[in-house]
Design a protein around this ligand. Structure first.
Ligand SMILES: NC(=O)c1ccc[n+]([C@@H]2O[C@H](COP(=O)([O-])OP(=O)(O)OC[C@H]3O[C@@H](n4cnc5c(N)ncnc54)[C@H](O)[C@@H]3O)[C@@H](O)[C@H]2O)c1
Ligand SMILES: O=C(O)C(=O)C[C@@H](O)[C@H](O)[C@H](O)COP(=O)(O)O
Ligand SMILES: [Zn+2]
Length: 364
């Protein structure tokens, strides 16, 4: 992983691996996407939601001189992550004779970049992909790392691929329109990065949560860059999640089950916040984590107005969904837990009674 700031104020973080690619963080980057598409591309498909419609129109106009531009406007939020929506995009591409020298741009929140990544990975078995995340969560996590996918009736992200983009453009200007509650939801993944690897993140948030969550501040930008750099390091080492990458799933085993149980009425970040509380309680119950670190989870997440509890009485449903988690091996549930801040580890097959006690500890 290399990190540098170029003179125009854009930070470049390189994700290394077989297909190494840059993640740019800065302002005015949407206008520079042509530099990433290059000259061999003829057709470009912009995948976006109506919530970023005006910006997508501007993006389209900036590309029209050099490319034939196709648009796929897709449903908002988790409704985008369905195989039917991917099929709609494949239809648009098929009608336009979209070839292997053409490119897909994912322009939106994490749900859009997940869907666009899946479409790019599967069309003709892989076409060029440029991700332009427009939510905090998309910038710090979803658009970086090459995981993509759709949900099925049985659970979250059950179908997908690992497919690296050619570039990721995190244009902080796009956050001007992002609702405050979405900014805060994105912070769940920033907090995750803090607890698993980068304690500095937690210190910055604790120092002044209002400053940390204001996209205009240097502190906010530092948090975005620290989170991306952490993910770049992990993904660079273990692209296909053979082992190390599993740490990025901290809080997700229960979190995904909550999203599924709530029929995606909860934001991903909110569900991950509850999932991290559960994992912290589990680590405490198994003698790993002192109560002070569990409390630190709670106070940081609450300072961001993220949920830290979940209604009691839904355990059976949650447990059944967690069995389908990708970390499960031979029917044995596996959780990412902490031995300490910055020291993630895998807890394999914890006793059912311990799991239930951790659930009760976060019960509301
Ligand atoms: N692939 C990965 O590695 C990875 C990592 C983390 C999360 N994810 C996935 O990402 C998704 C969550 O991402 P999210 O929190 O961005 O949700 P999202 O994509 O649903 O976006 C949240 C909301 O913000 C809106 N929005 C986005 N950008 C906007 C902007 N600039 N202005 C106004 N509105 C804007 C969206 O339209 C949506 O209503 C989940 O599906 C999650 O599973 C994937
Ligand atoms: O990039 C990863 O690896 C992650 O686990 C990041 C998570 O924040 C993200 O939500 C991811 O989509 C979860 O993946 P899954 O494999 O558990 O579906
Ligand atoms: Zn996540």
């Amino acid at each position: 992983m290399t990190e540098m700031t170029v003179p125009d104020g854009t930070t470049t973080i390189t994700v290394s691996g077989v297909d190494s690619y840059p993640v740019f963080v800065g302002r005015g980057l949407v206008g520079q996407v042509a530099e990433q598409l290059g000259t061999t591309v003829r057709k470009v498909l912009i995948v976006h939601t109506s919530t970023v419609g005006a910006r997508a129109v501007a993006l389209r106009e900036s590309l029209l001189e050099n490319y034939e531009v196709l648009i796929a406007e897709i449903p908002d939020g988790e409704a985008a992550k369905r195989v039917e929506v991917a099929a709609f995009c494949w239809g648009v591409m098929g009608q336009a004779d979209f070839s292997r020298t053409d490119a897909v741009i994912g322009f939106g929140g994490g749900a859009v970049t997940d869907l666009a990544g899946f479409v790019a990975a599967t069309w003709l078995r892989g076409v060029k992909l440029v991700q332009i995340p427009t939510s905090v969560l998309g910038m710090v996590d979803a658009a970086v790392g090459g995981k993509n996918g759709v949900n099925t009736a049985e659970g979250k992200n059950l179908v997908g691929t690992f497919y690296a983009p050619s570039a990721v453009l995190c244009d902080l200007d796009t956050l001007d329109d992002l609702p405050r509650n979405e900014i805060l939801a994105g912070f769940a993944e920033i907090v995750k990065a803090g607890f698993i690897q980068v304690p500095e993140i937690l210190d910055i948030i604790e120092a002044d949560v209002a400053v940390a969550t204001d996209p205009k501040t240097a502190e906010f930008r530092r948090l975005v860059e620290l989170s991306i750099a952490m993910k770049a390091r992990v993904v660079g080492e273990d692209f296909k999640e053979a082992n190390l990458r599993e740490i990025l799933n901290y809080g997700h085993t229960l979190g995904h089950a909550v999203e599924h149980a709530e029929r995606y009425g909860w934001r991903h970040g909110a569900a991950v916040a509850v999932g991290m509380m559960f994992a912290a309680e589990l680590a405490h119950l198994t003698g790993r984590l002192p109560e002070s670190v569990v409390d630190r989870h709670r106070s940081i997440l609450e300072s961001l107005t993220l949920p830290t509890t979940y209604p009691v009485g839904r355990w059976k449903t949650l447990l059944a969904t967690m069995q389908r988690d990708k970390k499960t091996r031979s029917g044995m549930l596996r959780f990412i837990v902490l031995d300490d801040v910055g020291k993630p580890t895998v807890l394999e097959g914890p006793d059912a009674s311990l799991l239930f006690m951790a659930y009760q500890a976060i019960g509301s």
